[in-house]
Each structure stands twice: as C-alpha cells, then as structure tokens.
Design a protein around this ligand. Structure first.
Ligand code: GTP
Ligand code: MG
Length: 174
C-alpha cells in the first residue's frame, strides 16, 4: 500500500560469497557509501555493514550484510555467516572463468547447507571490463535459472546495477 499506515519495515541478514578479488567488498562499499576504492584490501575473516533501503511503496528493508573473505584459507568460516541468512549474493568476475567455477561451488554449498527459503542472487561483477569478458551473460543466466536464482551483472566501479541488485532482493523477501 502507499499510505504510512501500510508501511512495513523488514530486516534481512544477507551474505556475500565468492572468490577473492571478484569485488564483493567493492559492491558493498558502493551500496552502503556510494564509493569505489580501486585499492580495496582483501577481506580478513569477514566484515559487517548495514544499510537501509526505502522502496517505492514506503516499505523499508534493513540489510545486515556479512561480506565474507574469499581467500581459500577462510572457506571453513563461511557457514558462520550464511547460517540463518535470508539472502545470499554469490559473486564472480565476468573476466574470470575460475571465479565462475567458484561461484558454482558456493551455490552448491548453499543448496546443501543454507536455509530452504534463502533468496539467492548470482552476480557477474566488473561489467565495465566487457572488453575482457570471458563468462557470457547467457551461460550465467542459464545457470541461474536452473538453480532458481536471479542473475544480474554489476559494476562496483561505475555503480551500474548495484542498487538494482539490492532492490531485486528486497522485492523477493517474503
Ligand atoms: P576478498 O575480500 O579477498 O574476498 O576480495 P573481494 O571480492 O572483496 O574483492 P574487492 O572488493 O576487494 O575487489 C578486488 C579488486 O577488484 C580491487 O582492486 C577492486 O578495485 C577491483 N574491482 C572491484 N569491483 C570492480 C568493478 O566493478 N570493476 C573493476 N574494473 N574493478 C573492480
Ligand atoms: Mg573483500
């Protein structure tokens, strides 16, 4: 509804997973602070940020965001962050087929051990580097459909589709 009386406030725990260097922390920084840091440091363990998004119908969604570390040595920590999460963003880099393989690993892990109602997004980041693209949009889209995820390509650098990513998640909340 559009009146204040109907407005609702939701809260969702969201986790980002994906290979080191795909741009998870940059996506979060872009969404939360509207900035891009080309010298972004690798994440150690995980970091937490929150951001509230207001939707057109005056609903607000507070995202409690766990930005995990993609380096292999931290892989065993991931369940601490995805357990109980209402939404997961699995990120790869469109110029890196290895990172797309790693994304598929995380999708399987979430299917096995994540909650049954978890909203899952597959995100091809660094879309600004389209001249070096190796992972095709079509291949990723098909993979996402097969796994009941939604798919979007983003650029944390140019901000392309970053807000749309979080809006799409918000729209799918129960
Ligand atoms: P871990 O913390 O190790 O898991 O890595 P991460 O996924 O958090 O990567 P991070 O956000 O730190 O970004 C890694 C590198 O990619 C940095 O040098 C960023 O500047 C660069 N980067 C991130 N997003 C983009 C993007 O959309 N486009 C371009 N061109 N570079 C990006
Ligand atoms: Mg990081």
């Amino acid at each position: 509804g559009s009146s204040d009386i109907d407005s609702k406030n939701f809260r969702v725990k969201l986790v980002l997973l994906g290979d080191s260097g795909v741009g998870k922390s940059c996506i979060v920084l872009r969404f939360v602070r509207g900035q891009f840091d080309p010298t972004s440091k690798v994440t150690v363990g995980a970091s937490f940020l929150s951001q509230t998004l207001a939707l057109e119908d005056s609903t607000t969604v507070k995202f409690e965001i766990w930005d995990t570390a993609g380096q292999e040595r931290y892989a065993a920590l991931a369940p601490l962050y995805y357990r109980g999460a209402g939404a997961a963003i699995v990120v790869y880099d469109i110029t890196s087929p290895e990172s797309f393989n790693k994304a598929q690993y995380w999708v399987k892990e979430l299917q096995k051990h994540g909650g049954p109602d978890m909203i899952m997004a597959l995100v091809g980041n660094k879309a600004d580097l389209h001249e070096n693209r190796i992972v095709s949009s079509q291949e990723a889209q098909e993979y996402a459909e097969k796994n009941s995820m939604f798919f979007i390509e983003t650029s944390a650098k140019t901000a392309d589709n970053i807000n749309q990513l979080f809006e799409e998640i918000a729209k799918r909340l129960p």
